[in-house]
Design a binder for this molecule. Structure first.
Ligand SMILES: [Zn+2]
Length: 98
């Protein structure tokens, strides 16, 4: 079993995400984290593709969809278990009008 493929971004990143937990539990944990984040925390929910095992992340912050499309194989997975990644956002800067 020799694999010469370079690590994917997902593999290269530090393993800071928690393992998949039942959806309700994960959403409760994420809501807790958002509440404690004082408006500076976003969460990105993750799920594991039931077809190819790819770890996928939803593009929209703070939303755990009921189904997710695998970015690798393109098939849909019903998200019964999920994890999430916490992202701290920077405080607003005074850059003037856009
Ligand atoms: Zn897949």
């Amino acid at each position: 079993m020799e694999t010469k493929e370079p690590p994917t971004l997902e593999q290269a990143l530090p393993k800071i995400h928690i393992r998949d937990l039942p959806r309700d539990e994960v959403i409760a944990m994420a809501n807790n984290a958002i509440a404690n984040g004082k408006g500076r925390t976003k969460v990105y929910f993750k799920f594991t593709c039931q077809h190819c095992g790819q770890r996928c992340t939803f593009a929209d912050a703070d939303v755990c969809h009921a189904e997710g499309e695998c970015f690798k194989c393109g098939k849909m997975t019903e998200v019964k278990e999920a994890g999430f990644m916490l992202v701290l956002t920077m405080p607003p800067t005074k850059r003037g009008k856009q």
